[in-house]
Design a protein around this ligand. Structure first.
Ligand code: ARG
Length: 273
């Protein structure tokens, strides 16, 4: 009896391993490369292209260059993933909320925009493995009376970027840990929220830590509070059920992490403290 169980256990392990590696598509025995095998199993919005919807207002993950192109961690990682899949990356820049909707409605193949995985978003889109940690921080003026996250409750007005987790958390009801919609303004971009802080229209800005650092560098007289508002995981978004592409992207990303490419890209944009 014991032996029988051990055998069953081994069988179950082998089966689940197989499921992890190949997903539900039949892996062709003569294509040893996982990515190639997966690449044949999905279609993209435009043949030969990988359309990435994003909001290029989020340094150092995605931003525009002076020459009118795009750069940043997400842009370069997506480009490396596209190459692995034999595709050419096309960056579709739009509002953050539009970037999320575009992938859900099949107008883009992936949404990559420092997107936080949340339960609500999981209901309308699928996510890759997480590739980074994001921290929601609070920016205030150096002489602000808001000195800790708890002091945010006293803020007359908090600035956030529209449709971001910063907005979602802050505009929630006090019972749910928020401050109520009346105390939160949603700006089209994080930079505009920070500008409103500089101009005294809002008392604090809640935003992801890396863009916060970038905006701070451009606006003297601001500081980031030591206490963190929330810690989150970033992932690439897909249309619900686009499993073949999601698995191919996960495999490509794992390879980029294993061979150091991913870290090289991160190091280019974020200097270790
Ligand atoms: N991490 C936050 C979120 O998912 C903000 C992301 C904003 N990204 C952007 N490219 N503007 O809501």
């Amino acid at each position: 009896m014991k032996k029988y169980f051990a055998l069953l256990l081994v069988l179950a392990m082998v089966l689940s391993l197989a499921a992890c590696g190949g997903g539900d598509k039949p892996a062709s025995p003569d294509t040893p490369d996982d990515v190639d095998a997966a690449a044949t199993a999905f279609t993209t919005v435009e043949e030969g292209k990988l359309h990435m919807s994003t909001n290029a207002e989020f340094p150092p993950y995605e931003m525009t260059t002076d020459a009118g192109g795009f750069e940043g961690i997400d842009v370069e990682v997506a480009d490396a993933i596209a190459k692995k899949l034999g595709l050419e990356l096309v960056v579709d820049d739009m509002g953050f909320d539009a970037a999320l909707t575009a992938v859900q409605t099949g107008q883009s193949d992936i949404a990559m925009a420092g997107i936080t995985i949340t339960d609500e978003r999981k209901e309308v889109m699928d996510f890759s493995d997480s590739y980074a940690t994001g921290i929601q921080v609070v920016i205030v003026k150096e002489d602000s009376s808001i000195q800790t996250v708890d002091d945010l409750a006293n803020a007359e007005m908090i600035g956030t970027q529209k449709a971001t987790t910063g907005y979602i958390y802050c505009s929630d009801t006090p019972e749910n840990g928020g401050y109520g919609e009346d105390h939160v303004t949603a700006f089209d971009t994080g930079a505009l929220a920070v500008m409103a802080l500089v101009n005294g229209q809002v008392d604090a800005v809640v935003i992801d830590n890396e863009p916060a650092k970038a905006f701070m560098a451009q606006n003297p007289g601001l500081k980031i509070l030591d206490t963190e508002f929330a810690v989150e995981d970033y992932a690439i978004g897909f249309a619900k059920g686009n499993t073949a592409l999601l698995e191919a992207v996960n495999t490509a990303m794992a390879e980029l992490k294993a061979d150091g490419t991913f870290q090289d890209i991160v190091d280019k944009y974020i200097t270790a403290e």
